[in-house]
Design a protein around this ligand. Structure first.
Ligand code: BV8
Ligand code: ZN
Length: 254
């Protein structure tokens, strides 16, 4: 594919010490995971507050579990795509590289990325609301309806952040620090409307990072970004890796 990247982006990445990738559901679209707000988005069938909130869970735990069990089954049957793999290779190019993801699908880790901060939890983890005991997907999916804790009989929930819930403190702090020291922030496959996550690329930019967006559509972030790269991450990221790897090895020789 012809390079859609500006010299400004390529020189920022060639000179960069710290690069942070901020990813959303669009990162996994080419793996077959439906996004939240796109035309085929999951939310299009449901409204967020109907399912991804503690009040929805207390009101109708069976419906919420039906939705998560279905998503767990979808996610267990798919694989990281070329975009995930390109970010694994990018990690090897920079002395300081991190992924801050809103995704709960575990695909960055399955692709081989090791510096991953999960802002909204992980669908492969579950825990008992009463005693906090962790429960595996095998355990919860083996039970029909609302799974209960083997230790205390309490109700089990997915280990994800629901609307109105706090984000995990450690991951949040590490993400803020990474954004504050980033030379380049790549915002990939996110509509940028869920807060406080969506404030992170803005923080990076305020601290002086070059902010590039990878998305087939424009988002609220597009007007703030230094570079908007229009296209699917599974195609853009491998091409970007190739260009940056070549440019960085060239600059090391001279
Ligand atoms: C909190 C986990 C407070 C669960 C999720 C009004 C204004 C501002 C904020 C609020 C407000 N009202 C309420 C709030 C707060 C609320 C919020 O932001 N609501 C939004 C909807 C307005 N936030 C919260 O409640 C957060 N908590 O605020 O707590 C608090 C404070 C103190 C003390 C106690 C409490 C918690 C938010 C977390 C919710 N959990 N997920 C689950 O997944 O089941 S959010 C959910 O949305 C996912 O995590 C998802 O990642 C996230 C963001 O969506 P995106 O990832 O961006 O996905 P989306 O589909 O939207 O976009 C996909 C993009 O990809 C599109 O742009 C598309 O063009 C693009 N794309 C498509 N294909 C490709 C592609 N890109 C690249 N390549 C492709 N091939
Ligand atoms: Zn328990």
């Amino acid at each position: 594919m012809s390079t859609p990247f500006s010299t400004r982006l390529l020189s920022a990445l060639t000179a960069a010490r710290c690069v942070v990738a901020f990813t959303g559901a669009g990162m996994s679209a080419e793996s077959g995971v439906p996004t939240f707000r796109g035309t085929d988005g999951i939310w299009s069938k449901f409204k967020a507050e109907e399912l991804a909130s503690m009040s929805a869970f207390m009101k109708n735990p069976a419906l919420v579990w039906e939705w998560y069990a279905e998503r767990k089954r979808v996610i267990s049957g798919i694989h990281p795509n070329a975009g995930h793999l390109a970010l694994v290779r990018m990690q090897g190019l920079f002395p300081d590289f991190a992924i801050v993801t809103q995704n709960i699908d575990n695909l960055h880790q399955r692709a081989g990325s090791t510096m991953v901060y999960e802002l909204h939890g992980n669908i492969e983890r579950n825990y008992c609301i009463k005693c906090g005991a962790p429960a595996s997907n095998d355990e919860v999916l083996a039970q029909h309806g609302v799974p209960t804790c083997a230790r205390c009989g309490g109700t089990i929930r997915p280990d994800v952040v629901w609307f109105g819930e706090m984000l995990p403190e450690d991951d949040w702090r590490h993400s803020e620090r990474a954004m504050s020291r980033a030379d380049v922030c790549l915002s990939i496959g996110t509509s940028g409307i869920v807060y406080p996550a969506a404030s992170l690329p803005l923080l990076a930019k305020q601290q002086g990072a070059f902010l590039a967006e990878v998305n087939p559509e424009r988002t609220p972030l597009s007007d703030v970004a230094d570079e908007v790269i229009t296209g699917p991450s599974g195609v853009i990221l491998p091409a970007l890796f190739d260009q940056v790897a070549a440019s960085r090895s060239h600059s090391l020789q001279y």
